[in-house]
Design a protein around this ligand. Structure first.
Ligand SMILES: [Zn+2]
Length: 53
């Protein structure tokens, strides 16, 4: 899997579960696992702007 943000090639040595959050080792962008086999990642929603409501 390649990071959408920085292009870093992400390799996962452990099994990931649907709904699990992973982050890019290089830029820290978070991804949510949407599918396990084959592995599919989606950009995790950013929560920093939702605070204070
Ligand atoms: Zn990245």
């Amino acid at each position: 899997m390649q990071c959408d943000k920085c292009g870093f090639e992400m390799k996962f040595t452990t099994d990931l579960e649907t709904g699990e959050l992973v982050s890019c080792y290089d830029c820290g962008q978070e991804y949510e696992v949407t599918k396990e086999k084959p592995l599919a990642l989606d950009l995790a929603p950013m929560e920093e702007c939702d605070w204070g409501q």
